[in-house]
Design a protein around this ligand. Sequence first.
Ligand SMILES: *Cc1c(COP(=O)(O)O)cnc(C)c1O
Length: 383
Amino acid sequence: MSDDQGLATLMATIFDDANGAMTPPIVQTSLFSFDTYQAFEDRMAGRTDQPIYTRVQNPTVATFEALMVKAEDGEAAIGFASGIAAITSTLLAFVKPGNRIACVENVYPDTYRFMERILRPFGIEISYHSVEAFETEPDLLDGVDIAYLESPNSVIFKPMNLARVAEHAKRHDTVTMIDNSWASPVFQRPLTLGIDIVVHSASKYISGHSDTVAGVVVSSLNHITRIRDLTLPLLGAKLAPFEAFLLTRGLRTLNARMMQHQSTANLFVDRLATIPQVRKINSPGPNDVPGLKGRSGLMSIEFDDSVDIPKFSDALRHFRLGVSWGGFESLMLPARVGLAQAGEQNSMQRFGVSPNLVRLNLGLEDAEDLWADFINALSKSAA
Ligand SMILES: *Cc1c(COP(=O)(O)O)cnc(C)c1O
């Protein structure tokens, strides 16, 4: 942390407002005008920095970006229209044909598709590696331009020792980039562990209310300037003022929500360990790797063959069936639904995810109600 205040205190930041408003105004404008020729010319020549056009700069978006800089302990940030826009706009600012990307296995499925369907045909070489390989093979990154990481990764939620991988990367001049959506800055601050660039799907914990699709990238001023000059204006996937307002509202309660998600997740992990049909629990927690400070509410479990997953799904009441996560509501996603997805060989097939795996997003409902729902559905799910 740049100063020694806690995250929740930092997120309660009061910004400048002549009337003392507690929440930022939504500056719903596409353009900003200039009083004089000289002021206009000065701005275009880069001598001043007032906003010109909302595709690149907007005060409501800037308020959210400033809070994210504090939350992740970075130097600068850019809000995007979605998490995947933050990921693709960042990657495209750093790669060129002939470059090599080393990507973690079981990466978010649309990130995988972006690598395979867009970057690879443009002449970028991509290889996928296990968490262990990143940690224990110091020369894995030899000749690699970008290491694309998630910790924990998607679906099987395997955490990575980020400080160690950052050390390997520095020796090979590899830029490290991580999707930190699972942990949120409450439980993990990758920049403080030596990672270069952090991206988030802000649609998840940062928003927290299942009402926004958005993304954000946080890094050094140098890296952010590159994205701001190149892919932000030219791909144009900019965060809108209203969404930025919702995300700022989400950040105010992020810490409190993460504590509640963690408490419910702890209860589930303790009790799941006693359930005979549960073969495996994928739910990293505090200190499983250095720098990981908590357990979020997104986990997966592998059942044995005695559980009929469609029956189990249909018997749930509080857990709804659906994609996404990070909101107030609990959700369940069976891996076999992902495996059934039409089209090319997808990342779950490629990396051997079990069809008996289900992903749980533990929301903000009462933990005992959620557990009772889970156990009741399990009791009705004999194959
Ligand atoms: C949802 C998600 C994304 C993509 O974010 P969108 O906001 O849906 O574009 C990226 N990474 C992870 C880990 C996600 O869960």
